[in-house]
Design a protein around this ligand. Structure first.
Ligand code: DAH
Length: 346
């Protein structure tokens, strides 16, 4: 028998075995096919193997190699068909390294910080009311933090004990004494972003800004030297206190629930006239949320707007307080000590 003929029979056999194994629809059929092709006594592979004796001596090594390859191909076609019909579950259970009774390894899912979650939610609520997010720098200058907001040089809000002045070009005392033109500081309020937005754009404006502010307060359950504020600003023709109250009410009921009530009380801020303090009725008591008012004409003038043409309202609320009320958090310090036992609850 010639080598090519031998190899031809091998490849025919492989093809037939492969298709027989692949088309077996249950283990009984598969076993029948196994006996037919791989049977130790009368299997067809065995018969082909017998023809090896009739091959020329010179061609024997090549023939033997082809025969081995054929055996492997047929065996692996069988293994695959078996896997298809019975699965390899047995193999897994038999594998001594695998103990199916051990508890699994739980995956710890990362989460956004509760303040970040609150910021995202508040931004969404204000977005639905038509307010576009804006941002400003945390290192601010005197002009945006005080001057343009109608806070005069002598105002106690500028006290170095109440602000984090950054002594870059001079010292803090010089900054407070007004000896420095425009000292820089960590912003003490997000009202700075009102000024930056109005410098940048022409009315109408509806912006909301959420971010960090800094004040050298001693930490206690309700104070922390860094916290977050949400600032809203709306400038247009004929904006009134009624618009402000409507927006505050919608804001509150979206965040805390429909049943929440709000009230405003007269107050004073240099950058608003009239100024109000906003309270929300929550859990049986009135809680102060922050300041608001009609933008003072001096502020409009400081950014080059005409107070006879446009008016507006502004508000500034503490984000921690909102988050704490909603989640019944009793101490602001929990929010910043990064204890996973606390953070995991949100
Ligand atoms: N900036 C004030 C503060 O930090 C809060 C505030 C009051 C913001 C009145 C305003 C406003 O926009 O109109 O205490």
């Amino acid at each position: 028998m010639s080598l090519p003929d031998f190899q031809q029979s091998l490849s025919e056999l492989t093809e037939q075995a492969q298709s027989a194994f692949a088309s077996a629809s249950d283990t009984a059929e598969l076993d029948e096919a196994r006996v037919e092709f791989l049977g130790a006594k009368n299997g067809r592979l065995k018969s082909v193997q017998k023809m090896l004796g009739k091959i020329d001596k010179a061609d024997k090594p090549a023939a033997g190699k082809s025969l081995n390859e054929t055996k492997q191909a047929i065996q692996s076609a069988f293994d695959e068909a078996k896997k298809r019909l019975v699965g390899d579950g047995d193999a897994v259970v038999r594998d001594s390294k695998f103990d199916a009774t051990l508890p699994g390894t739980p995956y710890r899912m990362g989460k956004l910080h509760p303040i970040t979650q609150t910021i995202n939610e508040l931004k969404d609520i204000m977005g639905r009311l038509g307010f576009t997010p804006a941002e400003g720098p945390e290192v601010e200058d005197d002009f945006h933090n005080f001057q343009a907001l109608n806070i005069p040089t002598s105002h106690p809000a500028r006290d170095p004990l109440d602000n984090f002045y950054l002594a870059v070009a001079g010292n803090q005392a010089a900054a407070f004494a007004g000896e420095e033109d425009n000292p820089i500081l960590l912003r003490s309020q997000t009202s700075t972003v009102q000024i930056r937005e109005m410098e940048d754009k022409q009315p109408p404006i509806r912006m909301v800004s959420l971010g960090r502010v800094y004040r050298p307060d001693t930490a206690d359950w309700s104070h922390y030297p860094m916290f977050h504020q949400i600032e809203g600003l709306m400038i247009d023709k004929n904006v009134t206190l009624a618009d402000l109250k409507t927006v505050l009410k919608l804001f509150a009921s979206n965040y805390l629930g429909d049943e929440v009530r709000i009230r405003i009380r007269p107050s004073f801020f240099p950058f608003t006239e009239p100024s109000v303090e906003a309270d929300y009725y929550w859990d049986g008591k009135w809680v102060e949320f922050g300041g608001a008012g009609i933008v003072d004409p001096n502020v409009l003038k400081s950014v080059g707007y005409d107070p006879d043409e446009v008016t507006g309202f502004a508000f500034g609320l503490g984000i921690e307080r909102l988050c704490m009320i909603r989640h019944q958090i009793t101490d602001i310090r929990y929010l910043f000590t990064n204890d996973v036992r606390f953070l995991r609850q949100f």
